[in-house]
Ligand binder design. Structure first.
Ligand code: 13P
Length: 389
């Protein structure tokens, strides 16, 4: 319900301070205007949901691959892209015993939000029982952006309010919208503006319907540029994103971010150490992200499982203004797929493999991960040029 504290907070903030500082001493004080910048019906709930997801030692399991992308995952282990196989794979992941110790939220594709286990238990109920918040991918994917340097824009605003209301009824409490920015393509001012504006409109609509928006302008790893160039582009992108989030009256306490880490391009001659990635990424975030934002949940973007965990660990070696954690898809699922191979007798081992990665990232969120004993497979990169999701 509407947050009394938010109304008060907003009504009592800067307007009174500016009155005291600038009004003529003899002028009588103007009537107190109560203006709530953002006190929608769901304010309290949004803040609570965001805080629950951004809770110590936990992060997000992203399994919101579209049917086409899930098909690619299944094809990698020789399975057909049927609804039955997608359901079996998602059941394996979502019913992993003990998952809620390390995972606070799971992003689902629409099909999964409405699916159940083989025994008829809704996936949403499995998640709630495990204290994992169900989330939903709401964007409709990327299409070419005319007038740009062969860049793309993200569709999905049409009908978003009614879809979001339906997802809320079905049990979703947070949303994800992924758009991309390509460094080798420029990026053009048009593509950055379009990405930022789309994310801001989506975020406002999500909050209006009770869903905490995850704001994800993925800066693709593609390219041979140095880390300094990624820093420059990331600063530009996030400054525009926050400019438009503010213009759309989005409540920062009720959002989560899903940035790419600041690294050299995947085809750059040098790799950066976790310490360097942490230094550049945190510098960028501290320059651009207000401390009102509760959580930064990184994407893995094609890094190897071990690399994504090590980088996250390096970012948590000293306190940050926000919860700094993970929202990985590839860097949590790769070992699972390799272990499962579509075999029912391998389900338990696959779930253990998921727990190994989830626990490693949980430790990294707390800054306590050590890569000792990591197997060689976890160190293999998963970068795919021009990756689509
Ligand atoms: P990756 O961790 O595979 O980059 O996934 C990104 C994503 O947007 C998932 O929701």
């Amino acid at each position: 319900m509407a947050s009394a504290s938010f109304v008060k907070l907003n009504a009592l903030s800067s307007p009174r301070i500016s009155h005291r500082s600038f009004a003529h001493p003899s002028a009588s004080p103007p009537p107190r205007v109560s203006f709530a910048i953002r006190a929608g019906a769901y304010s309290d709930e949004l803040v609570k949901t965001a805080k629950t997801i951004a809770s110590p030692g936990r992060g997000i399991l992203a399994i919101d691959e579209s049917n086409a992308t899930c098909g690619k995952r299944l094809a990698s282990i020789g399975l057909d892209n049927t609804e039955e196989n997608r359901q079996a794979y998602r059941q394996l992941l979502l019913t992993t015993p003990g998952l809620g110790d390390y995972i606070s939220g799971a992003i689902l594709f629409e099909e999964t939000l409405y699916q159940s286990t083989k025994d008829g238990k809704k996936f949403v109920d499995c998640l709630n029982d495990a204290k994992i918040v169900p989330g939903i991918k709401v964007d409709k994917g990327l299409v070419p952006l005319p007038g740009s340097n062969e860049e793309s824009w993200c569709q999905g605003l049409d009908g978003l309010a009614s879809r979001s209301a339906e997802y809320y009824k079905q049990g979703a409490r947070f949303a994800k919208w992924r758009t991309v920015v390509s460094i080798p393509c420029g990026p053009s001012a048009l593509a950055v503006k379009e990405a930022a504006w789309g994310l801001a409109r989506y975020a406002a609509i999500s909050q209006d319907n009770g869903l905490v928006p995850i704001v994800e302008p993925e800066i693709l790893l593609d390219g041979d540029h140095p880390i300094e160039r990624t820093l420059e582009v990331a600063e530009k992108v996030w400054s525009e994103v926050f400019f438009y989030l503010a213009q759309n009256n989005v409540m920062f306490e009720g959002i989560l971010l899903k940035p790419s880490m600041v690294t050299p391009g995947a085809e750059h001659k040098n790799k950066a150490s976790p310490e360097t990635v942490a230094e550049y990424t945190l510098t960028m975030l501290k320059r651009r992200v207000p401390p009102a934002v509760p959580g930064i949940m990184f994407l893995s973007g094609g890094q190897s499982e071990a690399e994504a965990t090590l980088n996250l660990n390096a970012m948590n070696q000293s306190p940050n203004p926000w919860h700094v954690s993970f929202s990985y898809a590839r860097a949590l699922q790769n070992s699972v797929l390799r272990t499962w191979q579509g075999k029912p007798e391998k389900i338990e081992d696959s779930q253990k493999a998921l727990l190994v990665r989830a626990k490693a990232n949980s430790l990294a969120q707390l800054g306590k991960y050590s890569a000792e004993g990591e197997n060689e497979d976890a160190k293999k990169g998963m970068f795919v040029k021009g990756y689509t999701y």
